[in-house]
Design a protein around this ligand. Structure first.
Ligand SMILES: NC(=O)C1=CN([C@@H]2O[C@H](COP(=O)(O)OP(=O)(O)OC[C@H]3O[C@@H](n4cnc5c(N)ncnc54)[C@H](OP(=O)(O)O)[C@@H]3O)[C@@H](O)[C@H]2O)C=CC1
Ligand SMILES: CC1=C(/C=C/C(C)=C/C=C/C(C)=C/C=O)C(C)(C)CCC1
Length: 316
């Protein structure tokens, strides 16, 4: 009897959330205020990281910027400060867990307050076909895109839980939901990032830590240069799914974060494209061929090869 009542309640809840999420597409819920929050962004010197810093600052939050490269990180801080915002820079290699823990303590000591929003954004891709790719480069992708999430979350989640207030944001990718050829390192790391993030979200809900929110962000190709050259079928398909403008991508992610949305695919259509995975593998392959997504990374790998050749010629 109790089982049947629970089942009925569960089905009603499922229907309620389907309806609520459908209504939310048209009527956006109110955004939460984040002025006075302390937001830590990793990879803050890069394309999306820099825009996230500016957007969070526009909403009144103070930003802590972590990047492996101090010059691009300082450049981001300069832009934030020019807008009247507060930015604090730290040069951190997020793959080095001791450095992450040390830097987290330093941030707490320097600023005398806890990070309340963590945006795990730093990311890399090897950009070489697997059999040509040095082992270290593939290992680096796993360390930056996946292992670093362990260290930063371990460094900042305890205070968020203690105050029952915080937000963990993971910038993953649609390539964490489905895959394509020639980016084995990247897909493996982003699938891992999605798995890590979702498990963490379930853990917080199971423990009823309601004040700590999570948002998983899965963007399609963004024009930041990271995937320079990556192309699906030219013509109709490319018109339907053009690469995203970085500003648009960050605005969509911000909208999701500010309404505590647990998952956002950018564009949203990728949530449904994902269902092609339910087809038999062979049908999947046919769809990939039709869309030109089977070889979409070939021109990207070529671009990366040319960049490596050019830089070795310059160095010689
Ligand atoms: N661009 C795209 O098409 C898409 C990107 N994404 C994801 O969005 C995120 C941001 O990407 P995007 O802005 O395009 O990429 P960028 O390369 O522009 O930015 C990534 C930043 O991370 C920094 N970084 C790299 N390694 C480390 C490290 N070990 N420790 C600290 N910082 C590090 C980079 O520094 P440096 O430049 O010095 O290496 C760079 O500043 C990534 O996670 C990416 O996977 C998701 C979907 C699509
Ligand atoms: C595989 C695939 C597609 C192409 C996806 C591509 C090209 C994604 C590139 C993503 C990047 C570069 C993410 C970076 O993090 C389509 C056409 C949507 C159809 C469904 C299958």
């Amino acid at each position: 009897m109790i089982f049947l009542m629970d089942l009925q309640m569960m089905l009603l809840d499922v229907i309620y959330f389907i309806l609520r999420n459908s209504v939310r597409i048209i009527m956006r819920p109110r955004t939460k205020p984040i002025d006075g929050e302390l937001v830590l962004i990793t990879g803050a010197g890069g394309g999306l990281g820099r825009l996230f810093a500016q957007e969070f600052s526009k909403h009144g939050a103070d930003v802590v910027l972590w990047d492996i490269s101090s010059s691009s990180n300082e450049q981001t801080a300069k832009l934030v400060r020019e807008m009247g915002g507060k930015a604090y820079t730290y040069t951190v290699d997020v793959t080095n867990r001791e450095e992450v823990y040390r830097s987290a303590d330093l941030v707490r000591k320097d600023l005398g307050r806890d990070v309340t929003i963590l945006v795990n954004n730093a990311g890399v891709v090897a950009g070489e076909q697997m059999l040509d790719c040095p082992d270290e480069l593939m290992e680096r992708t796993m360390k930056v895109n996946c292992h670093a999430l362990f260290w930063t979350v371990k460094a900042f989640l305890p205070q968020m839980k203690a105050h029952n207030h915080g937000h963990i944001v993971t910038i993953a990718s649609v390539l964490g939901l489905f895959s394509t050829a020639c980016v084995e390192d990247y897909c493996a790391s982003k699938f891992a990032a999605v798995g890590f993030h979702e498990s963490l979200a379930h853990e917080l809900l199971a423990e009823e830590v309601e004040g700590v929110k999570t948002t998983l962000v899965c963007p399609y190709i963004v024009d930041t240069g990271m995937f320079e050259g990556c192309k699906i079928r030219y013509g109709e398909m490319e018109l339907l799914l053009p690469p995203l403008e970085p500003q648009y991508c960050v605005e969509q992610a911000m909208n999701a974060i500010l309404i505590d949305q647990p998952l956002v695919c950018i564009p949203q259509i990728h949530r449904f494209l994902n269902t092609i995975l339910l087809l038999p593998w062979e049908s999947n392959v046919v769809v990939y061929r039709f869309m030109g997504s089977d070889k979409c990374m070939y021109p990207f790998i070529d671009t990366m090869r040319k960049q490596v050749t050019n830089s070795s010629i310059t160095a010689a």
